[in-house]
Design a protein around this ligand. Structure first.
Ligand code: ATP
Ligand code: MG
Length: 394
């Protein structure tokens, strides 16, 4: 099928897409590489090779699908009646709610305005059930597969829903873990008090499951460009230089407060012991109309915290490891990237441990979380706040 890779209304590449294999076979014409996904543009500038570009394009497009490491992916695909997550990409032009790329069949007279998921409502009830319910039935209607849920990334079971005119992302916990949604809310509480630019997560319930809920932070005019994409076009180091280099790049591209925003993210990670700050869990927001880098993306995806994966009583004493670009390091080391920690008014966090405890207790009848675990989580949080206080007073 002859297709145009589009970025909103801009034609990027005219290509042949082999629908049976889900691969791109041929580049007919390069229309505007500047508007390509940053990772593809960077590759092409470096390699200037159309065969490699096709491989990269295939890789990128497949990467838009639900990843193979999504929790309970086999059950989801079975319920949706498809063999692979790539098959879902065909159902709605590969559109997403995190950027504006789509694949337009060349002979189809259709515009972005008519099909984008920001303006045009989509059915989500069946996907939501298939993704988050433990006993959802099979999805029968083809229409139910035309959703931005076909292009969500990440490990956790999740679904986009619509309320009024707004789009929200609901996320569950990993396997039987129920702490993640609470951690997302805790992160929002901390960011709110400290004035960090963040995505606001609240709690919701779906069929006895506690989920986190956050609004879409992308609009029809913007896209999320992850740090992974940005770093891919840059020299790589094996140290803090990756961090410094990244900040320099953002500043060069006009994001003047890049350092403060990045420091805020690592302060949050320290406070909640977030282990999952990989390069697709932060980035920048770009204007898709003029390609201007607008700002650092609001802090999102903070659920893998407070030792969510391997919690046990004995481990409350361990300091824990976080992520700094390509390195896994103790939080006590990562926090050293913050140049002026004294700018943080730690008294703004007064009472937050009690607030978190009250939240965990409020949902205890659903989560069945033990009193002991709640106490330990609060001890951990309290300890991190005290450590940060000590650093601000040094
Ligand atoms: N509020 C939002 N608005 C727009 N896009 C979002 C939003 N939240 C998440 N996304 C997109 O969806 C992807 C998956 O979301 P998220 O990172 O929260 O999921 P996850 O399953 O916790 O991921 P991980 O595998 O990193 O743990 C993000 O990488 C981002 O591209
Ligand atoms: Mg993520």
């Amino acid at each position: 099928m002859k297709c145009l890779l589009m970025n909103k209304n801009t034609e990027v590449l005219l290509v042949e897409f082999n629908t049976s294999f889900g691969i791109f076979d041929k580049v007919y014409e390069i229309r505007n590489m500047d508007y390509a996904p940053l990772v593809l543009k960077n590759y092409y500038e470096k390699e200037k090779d159309e065969i490699l570009l096709l491989n990269r394009l295939t890789e990128w497009f497949k990467g838009r699908g639900i990843p193979s490491w999504r929790d309970k992916l086999d059950i989801l695909l079975h319920r949706l009646n498809v063999e692979t997550s790539c098959e879902l990409l065909d159902k709605s032009f590969g559109l997403s709610l995190s950027d504006q790329y789509w694949l337009k069949p060349n002979d189809l007279d259709i515009s972005y305005k008519e099909i984008n998921f920001f303006d045009n409502d989509f059915d989500y009830a069946e996907f939501l059930e298939a993704s988050l319910s433990l006993n959802g039935g099979p999805v029968e209607r083809e229409e139910a597969l035309k959703t931005p849920n076909n292009t969500t990334d990440g490990m956790l079971r999740k679904a986009w829903i619509i309320e009024g005119k707004s789009r929200y992302l609901l996320k569950g916990g990993y396997r039987n873990e129920i702490l993640q949604p609470f951690n997302e809310v805790l992160a929002s509480m901390i960011c709110e008090r400290l004035g960090f630019y963040h995505v606001e997560y609240t709690l919701d319930t779906y069929k006895d499951l506690v989920v986190s809920k956050c609004p879409c932070f992308i609009t029809k005019d913007t896209e999320l460009v992850t740090a992974y994409q940005i770093k891919n076009g840059m020299k790589k180091y094996e140290s803090e230089d990756d961090y410094e280099d990244y900040i320099k790049k953002l500043e060069e591209m006009g994001i003047e407060d890049a350092r403060t925003q990045m420091e805020n993210m690592y302060i949050l990670d320290f406070l909640i012991m977030n282990e999952d700050r990989h390069l697709n869990n932060f980035g920048i927001i770009r204007d898709v109309n003029n390609l201007r880098w607008i700002s650092v993306a609001p802090i999102f995806d903070n659920g893998m915290a407070l030792k969510v994966d391997y919690y046990s009583e004995g481990e409350a004493a361990i300091s824990g490891y976080g992520r700094l670009f390509y390195e896994v390091k103790p939080f006590d080391d990562i926090i050293k990237v913050v140049k002026n920690i004294k700018r943080i008014d730690i008294s703004k966090l007064d009472g937050i441990v009690e607030e978190f405890e009250a939240l965990l207790t409020e949902y205890q009848s659903i989560t069945k979380m033990s009193d002991e675990r709640i106490q330990l989580l609060c001890v951990l949080l309290d300890r991190q706040i005290s450590k940060l206080r000590d650093l601000t007073e040094e």
